[in-house]
Design a protein around this ligand. Structure first.
Ligand SMILES: Nc1ncnc2c1ncn2[C@@H]1O[C@H](COP(=O)(O)OP(=O)(O)OP(=O)(O)O)[C@@H](O)[C@H]1O
Ligand SMILES: [Mg+2]
Length: 143
């Protein structure tokens, strides 16, 4: 909580994400960024192409293992998290929405199955009827 009683959802401190460390082609894609995101807040990260926005997102959701720094989600340190169950919960709670629908959505799949992928992976549906209902509800939610 800060002085306005807002809940801090994400705290990123001194995050670094380097690639090919120690090699000739080493890239410091993200080099020491820090920021907080509070509940209900929309946070924009702006920068020129290649400045590390996507890499920062991927490091934060732990698609990469960050080179160093700290990422706290709901007060829990994510870097180095070993507990499998906690990690699974984290993967449910924080996700990336990719910009390009043509690269993200498989045109050979039914809309229903595309939307249900996350439900399936996380075992969130009791049965097939529940799965259909959740998909319909989601479509309703986003209009
Ligand atoms: N897996 C990787 N291995 C090596 N270098 C990488 C890797 N991923 C990204 N990079 C490099 O890291 C830098 C940051 O790339 P990133 O894609 O994060 O930028 P961006 O800000 O998202 O750019 P854009 O606005 O074009 O989407 C670039 O120099 C890129 O070439
Ligand atoms: Mg990008």
């Amino acid at each position: 909580m800060d002085e306005l009683n807002r809940k801090k959802v994400l705290e990123v401190k001194h995050l670094k994400q380097y690639f090919n460390v120690g090699k000739k082609d080493e890239v410091k894609a993200v080099d020491d960024i820090s920021f907080d995101i509070y509940e209900g807040e929309t946070f924009g990260l702006v920068g020129e192409s290649g400045s590390g926005k996507t890499t920062a997102g991927r490091a934060i959701i732990h698609l990469y293992t960050p080179t160093s720094g700290s990422i706290k989600f709901n007060d829990q340190e994510v870097i180095g998290m070993r507990d499998k169950q906690k990690m699974q919960q984290f993967r449910r709670d924080m996700q990336m929405i990719f910009q390009d629908p043509y690269a993200s959505l498989n045109p050979r799949m039914k809309v229903k199955d595309i939307i249900a992928e996350g439900i399936d992976i996380n075992h969130l549906a009791k049965d097939d009827d529940d799965r259909s209902k959740q998909v319909a509800d989601l479509l309703e939610t986003v209009g």
